[in-house]
Design a protein around this ligand. Structure first.
Ligand SMILES: [Zn+2]
Ligand SMILES: [Zn+2]
Ligand SMILES: [Zn+2]
Length: 305
């Protein structure tokens, strides 16, 4: 029997009407901080007071503020195990519209290696110690005990989600959870000690922007390259809240793919530097941005072969 929505009380807990809230309370009881996700499986937007960071952010955010907003503002930073908050009136409307439950892995002392596709899963099976795994739409979440910093696009199709990140709850998964291995910690702290293939850091002229003089072997018109680049940079710059590194990865992969059939050189390193700069301008640490873009260009190259 489905409860008639029109007779539901405007506030308060109705577990029958909100299966996601029921899941969230079970997770919270197990010490896992939770938050609702809206349609599209993304966090609810900030309330008017918190919009565009006007409130300064919550105290435990990277740029710490004094926000104690009772609503589900600030994405992962709203996650909590406090059942009073989770069942509050301020969260009730979010639960009624919720499309999924998310959790803050770092807050639960966990790290998720988020493998986006079959190639990424194959890489993990060869490289990482067995642990608890959860199937996702196209790949798997590998869960490890222990928290670490998060990083997007540490390899093609691989994100590390722990501190200051949320992940969709897709069930408890199967297998025994292992301790966070050094191999995963290395992915998120690795310094760029060796130049990526095709890139000779020390000898390249540090051109700030792409132009024809660095793309002597490109079969495209200047307009074509510039239009694509401008659109890509705008997409990265629009990610002011989150996801800029993933976006930079996607843009690099897309723009790199445009030149898969060119004899080259196409000035892809200059294009890459502009994407990195765009990501840095919206708060992505430079080493993350650089890694995301390098991986994106490499993925374009590999999938063209
Ligand atoms: Zn708010
Ligand atoms: Zn706020
Ligand atoms: Zn080209």
């Amino acid at each position: 029997m489905t409860p008639d929505r029109t007779t539901m009380p405007p506030h308060g807990v109705n577990l029958t009407a909100s299966p996601h809230l029921k899941t969230a309370l079970e997770l919270a009881a197990a010490g896992v901080p939770v938050l609702p996700l809206r349609a599209g499986k993304v966090p609810f937007g900030n309330c008017r007071t918190c919009a565009h960071g006007a409130c300064g952010g919550r105290p435990h955010m990277k740029s710490a503020g004094t926000c104690h907003c009772p609503a589900v503002c600030h994405a992962w930073a709203a996650a909590t195990t406090d059942t009073t908050v989770i069942t509050s009136d301020a969260w009730a409307s979010a639960w009624r519209q919720a499309a999924a439950v998310a959790y803050h892995p770092g807050g639960a002392g966990l790290t998720i290696v988020d493998l986006d596709n079959a190639d990424a899963v194959a890489w993990a099976r060869q490289t990482l110690p067995r642990t608890r795994t959860v199937p996702t739409t196209r790949g798997e979440h590998w869960l490890y005990r222990g928290a670490t910093r998060s990083a997007n696009a540490v390899r093609p199709g691989v994100d590390v989600k722990s501190l200051m990140q949320y992940a969709r709850w897709l069930g408890p998964g199967t297998g025994t959870m292992a301790a966070l291995p050094p191999a995963v910690r290395a992915l998120v702290v690795k310094e760029e000690t060796t130049p990526a293939p095709g890139e000779v850091v020390s000898s390249l002229p540090e051109r700030a922007t792409w132009d024809r003089t660095v793309a002597t072997g490109c079969r495209h018109t200047d307009d074509y390259v510039r239009t694509g680049l401008d659109r890509g940079l705008a997409m990265v710059r629009a990610r002011t809240e989150s996801g800029a590194a993933s976006q930079a990865f996607g843009v690099a992969r897309f723009l790199g793919g445009q030149h898969a059939q060119c004899p080259g050189p196409c000035g892809l390193d200059a294009i890459g530097r502009q994407i990195v700069a765009a990501a840095v301008s919206v708060g992505v640490p430079e080493d993350y941005a650089h890694r995301a873009v390098t991986n994106g260009l490499q993925t374009a190259e590999e999938s063209a072969e």
